[in-house]
Design a protein around this ligand. Structure first.
Ligand code: EZ4
Ligand code: CO
Length: 402
C-alpha cells in the first residue's frame, strides 16, 4: 500500500496546530500532529522540504522501518523539530493501519488494559484564594486529579497562570514576552498554597504541581521535601531535565513523586532517569517523542523500573496528538495519568474527535484508527498566527529557565 502523497495543514482555530496528512493508493489517509509550540513553521519546512519527498512511494504498512529510516536516515538525530516531524509521520501511519484493519489503534498496541484513562485538570489563580476557587470548579466538573498553580504574592508573573480574562494559554501572540521570576518567594509560598488546598479539599483528591524547570537541584530538593505532608501525585519538571544527574539530589531528600520530560524527544533523554529510578512518571507525549512507535519503547523501559506514564496534554497538543496519547494510555499496562487541558470550542469546528471526558476520565470510542478527522475547508478559515512561549528573568535581570 504505497504512500501517494502527503501534505501539511497549518491552522489557528484559537491557537496554532500543524497537522500532517498522509495519503495512500488505497484512498485511506492518516493524520499526525506536528505541532511544536512557538516553532511551528520550522517543523512545516522540515516536513515539506525533507520528509514528504522521501515518504512518497514507501509502503505505508511498514511503520517500524519507516520510523528507523527517518530516525537513522537523517544523520542529524534527535532534536524537537526533527522528532516532532517524525512523530507526525509515525502517528499518521498508525492511523492508516487502524483504518485499513478497521480497528482502533489501541487494539494494535495489545488491546485495552483499561476502560478509561484518569486525567488531571488545570487549576490556576492570580491569588491563593482564586486558585482555591479554580480547584473547586475542577472538582465540580468531576476531576479527581488537579494541577494547582498560583501567582506568588509580590511577583508580577507566574508560569501557568492566566492574568487576563479567558482561559489560560501558554503561548502568547507575537514574540516571546519576558516575565519576572523570584525563586525564594516561590519556595516560601508553595507549601502554604498546598497546605490550604489540602485543608479545603481533603485527602483524596490527587494534587499535582508544575515547577516548569525553574529551580536548581537543591532548591527543588527543598521544595519536594517541604511539600511531602501534602502528598502530591507528582511534582513536575522540578529542574531542567537535561541535567539528568540533578534528579539524584532531589531523590536523596524527598519522597514526593517526580514527573519529567514534556520537552524530551527520545528514550536517550530518559536513560539515567529510568535506570536509576530517579523519577516516577514519564511526560514525553507521542506528538513530540517519536510517535507511538517510540513511546511504546519508552513506556516498556519505564515499566521495567516501575515507572508510569503521564503524558503531556496541554492545548498545544492537537486533537490528533491527544488521541494518539489516549490510545497509548488505554493500551499500556503502566499508564499513570493523562494531562487534560480542553481545547477551545472553535477547535471542534476543525477537528472531529472520538474521545470524550466524563467524571474525571477520558473515554475512547470504537472508531477505527485514531478516531480523529480534520475539516480542511474549516481549517483554511484560521490561518497561522505567530505566537511564542514566555521567557523568565530573575529580579536582577538574569535570564532564567522557564
Ligand atoms: O508549558 O504546553 O505541563 N504542561 C505544561 C504546558 C507547557 C506548554 C508548552 O508548549 O507545562 O503548559
Ligand atoms: Co509542564
Amino acid at each position: 500500500m504505497r504512500i501517494t502523497g502527503a501534505k501539511v495543514i497549518v491552522c489557528c482555530p484559537s491557537r496554532n496546530f500543524v497537522t500532517l496528512k498522509i495519503e495512500t493508493e488505497s484512498g485511506v489517509y492518516g493524520l499526525g500532529d506536528a505541532t511544536l509550540n512557538g516553532r511551528e513553521l520550522a517543523v512545516v519546512a522540515f516536513l515539506e522540504e525533507h520528509c514528504i519527498p522521501a515518504l512518497i512511494g514507501r509502503d505505508a504498512r511498514n511503520i517500524e522501518d519507516i520510523w528507523h529510516y527517518f530516525y537513522r536516515g537523517v544523520y542529524w538525530r534527535r532534536g524537537p523539530v526533527n522528532m516532532a516531524a517524525l512523530s507526525a509521520i509515525d502517528v499518521a501511519l498508525w492511523d492508516i493501519k487502524g483504518k485499513v484493519l478497521n480497528t482502533p489503534v489501541y487494539n494494535l498496541l495489545g488491546g485495552r488494559s483499561r476502560e478509561r484513562a484518569l486525567v488531571y485538570a488545570h487549576a490556576t489563580g492570580d491569588t491563593l484564594e482564586s486558585a482555591l476557587g479554580s480547584v473547586a470548579r475542577a472538582v465540580e466538573n468531576g476531576y479527581r486529579a488537579i494541577r494547582v498553580q498560583a501567582a506568588v504574592p509580590g511577583s508580577a508573573d507566574a508560569y501557568g497562570v492566566e492574568k487576563g480574562k479567558g482561559p489560560y494559554e501558554p503561548a502568547k501572540r507575537g514574540l516571546a514576552h519576558e516575565e519576572s521570576w523570584d525563586t525564594p518567594a516561590y519556595l516560601r509560598f508553595l507549601p502554604q498554597l498546598f497546605a490550604r488546598v489540602r485543608k479545603e479539599f481533603g485527602p483524596s483528591v490527587h494534587l499535582l504541581h508544575d515547577v516548569h524547570h525553574r529551580c536548581t537541584p537543591i532548591e527543588a530538593a527543598r521544595l519536594a521535601k517541604e511539600l511531602e505532608p501534602y502528598h502530591l501525585w507528582w511534582l513536575e519538571d522540578p529542574v531542567a531535565g537535561e541535567l539528568q544527574e540533578g534528579l539524584r539530589l532531589i531523590r536523596r531528600h524527598s519522597t514526593t513523586p517526580i514527573a519529567i520530560g514534556e520537552v524530551f524527544n527520545t528514550i536517550y533523554d530518559y536513560t539515567t532517569l529510568l535506570t536509576e529510578q530517579l523519577i516516577d512518571f514519564v511526560r514525553m507525549p507521542p506528538a513530540h517523542g517519536g510517535g507511538i512507535t517510540h513511546l511504546l519503547k519508552v513506556a516498556a523501559l519505564a515499566s521495567v523500573y516501575h515507572i508510569k506514564t503521564g503524558f503531556h496534554g496541554a492545548t498545544d497538543i492537537s486533537p490528533v496528538g491527544a488521541a494518539a496519547a489516549l490510545h497509548v494510555d488505554h493500551a499500556i499496562n503502566n499508564f499513570g495519568i493523562q494531562e487534560h487541558m480542553p481545547h477551545q470550542p472553535l477547535v471542534g469546528t476543525v477537528f472531529d474527535v472520538g474521545y470524550r471526558f466524563d467524571s474525571g476520565d477520558m473515554y475512547l470510542d470504537e472508531r477505527p484508527g485514531l478516531g480523529v478527522d480534520i475539516d480542511e475547508v474549516e481549517a483554511e478559515k484560521y490561518p497561522y498566527q505567530p505566537a511564542s512561549l514566555p521567557v523568565a528573568r530573575l529580579r536582577d535581570g538574569t535570564l532564567w529557565h522557564w
